[in-house]
Design a protein around this ligand. Sequence first.
Ligand code: SF4
Length: 240
Amino acid sequence: MPVPSTPNTTTGEGAREAALQLLHRRILTCRRCCQAGLLADCAPVLAAPTVSAVVLVGQAPGRLEPSAQRPFSGRAGQQLFRWLLAAGLESEADARAAVYLTSITKCFPGPARSGSGDRRPTGAEVELCRPHLDAQLRLLDPWLVIAVGQLAIARFLGAHSMDDLVGRVFTASGEEWQEGAARPLDHCGRPLILPLPHPSGASRWLNQMGHREQLGTALRRLRELLQASRGPFPALRDCV
Ligand code: SF4
């Protein structure tokens, strides 16, 4: 199901793409966490500057991604793309073209001390990286944010148990958004939020009772939202 993720006006589209490329160039030179002594190696990873009104925010790049220079290219990324295909996207390439993929922090944080999976970025790293994500969201003005994993979910909805959130859709103010309600047109800074669990095999959430059904519900709702996005997009404008 190809998703018309690129807003349907030509006047602002080129300017927005140019602004996104400029923003990417700026983020790629960021070394704040190294300067602050929080990371030994700073190598931001960004997807192609796809102008899309659907933004997916994960936790942080994985180990393989700095060399691949492509987010979600590791094993967890492959699982995530399987979920996106279940939600109606046709292929990984279709998903990468239709959805702007990014993360809460942009550099690989290193392995977890437990030896299982990647270290979760600290609050200090998240705060240092926050202006980058804020700028990405301001520029793209998404109507839908897919928040993947606890850290991304907390960024948009506050600290809640995933048990209570996966399978539901929320407004930016944290109210539940009911199925069948009209897609918000004036969404500047107020996207709908659809939470998903972290796709890493290190996450045990999916193995607990009832959670695969919750994920199935979340993917069904994502499919419906992506289908609904086939209507015309409102005029582009800057959320400043
Ligand atoms: S994680 Fe973010 S703030 Fe820290 S160095 Fe990388 S891009 Fe900069």
